[in-house]
Design a protein around this ligand. Sequence first.
Ligand code: NDP
Length: 296
Amino acid sequence: MTAEIIDGKAFAARVREKVAVHVARLKDDHGITPGLAVVLVGEDPASQVYVRSKGKMTVEVGMNSYEHKLGADTSEADLLALIDSLNNDPAVHGILVQLPLPDHLNEDLVINAIDPAKDVDGFCIANVGRLATGQKSMVPCTPLGCLMMLRDHHGSLSGLDAVVIGRSNIVGKPMAQLLLGDSCTVTIAHSRTKDLPDVVRRADIVVAAVGRAQMVPGDWIKKGATVIDVGINRIDAPEKGEGKTRLVGDVDFASAVEVAGAITPVPGGVGPMTIACLLANTVTACSRANGLEEPE
Ligand code: NDP
C-alpha cells in the first residue's frame, strides 16, 4: 500500500479561490482593495523569482501589489524609512520584506520595524509572542500551510504525536507552536537530537524542515504516519541530462511513500501553500484593519 499524496498545488489553488472571493466582497461591499507591499533588497536570483511570483499571484486574486526593489547597498536608515512609510500607508495592509537581507542590514531590527498588524510573514516578536500565548496573531505562511493540510487530512489533530525536525524561527518553531495549539504532543528535533530515527519513528505526524536532501528515509517513518516535507533542495539529476538538476525534499519520497499514510511531494506540496497563505494573511490583515469579518 502506498501513501495518499497530499496535493499542495490543488489545495493552494482552492485557498487562492477563497481569497479571491473575500477580496471581491471587500471591494464590492466596502470599496476596499487589500494591498500587499513586498520589499526586495539586492539582486539575489532566488528572491527575485519569489518576489515576482508573489506579485503575480497577488494581482490574480484581485489585490493591489506594491513592489519596492532597492539596491544591494541600501542603508538601514533608508530601508527603515520605507517601512515606516508603508506602516502609515492606509492602502497597504500587508508588508513583506524578502529575506535574506544583505549582510550589512540587521534582519531582526528590520522585521521588528514592521507594524505587527501588517506583518503578514508573522516574523516580528509581537506576532511570535501572540502565537506562543494563543492570542490572535499573524501566523508564518509556511507552517500555516502545513497546518491547513494536516487539518484537512486528519480533521482533529488532538492527541497525535508530532515530530518537527528543524527549529528555525521561520518554520520549525512556529510549526511546533501551531501543532501544540491543535493539541498534538510535540517534539522538536534538531541537529543535536540523539537518535533521531527513533524519535521520528514514534510520530503520527512528521514535519521535516531541515534543508538536507532526502535525509529522512522511509524506515524512520511509522506505518500510516502523515509526512509533511518542507525542505526544498536542488540535487544533480544526470538522468535528465548532463548538468541537469531537480528539486527534492528533506524526505526520501520513494521509500517514505511506501510506509506513510499520507505525504506531501516536493515540488507540489508545501511550496505552493506558502504563497497562498501569504495572500490569505493579507486579506486577514485588511479585514482586521477595517474591523470587518475575517475569512475563515
Ligand atoms: P534552517 O537552516 O534555518 O534550519 C534548519 C534546521 O534543521 C535547524 O534547526 C537545524 O538544527 C536542523 N538540522 C540541520 N541538520 C540536521 C540534522 N542532521 N538532523 C536534524 N536536524 C538538523 O532552515 P529553514 O527552517 O529556513 O528551512 C528548512 C528547509 O525548508 C529548507 O530546505 C528550506 O529551503 C525549506 N523551506 C521551504 C519553504 C517552502 O515554502 N516550502 C519555506 C521555508 C523554508 P540546529 O538548529 O541544531 O542547527
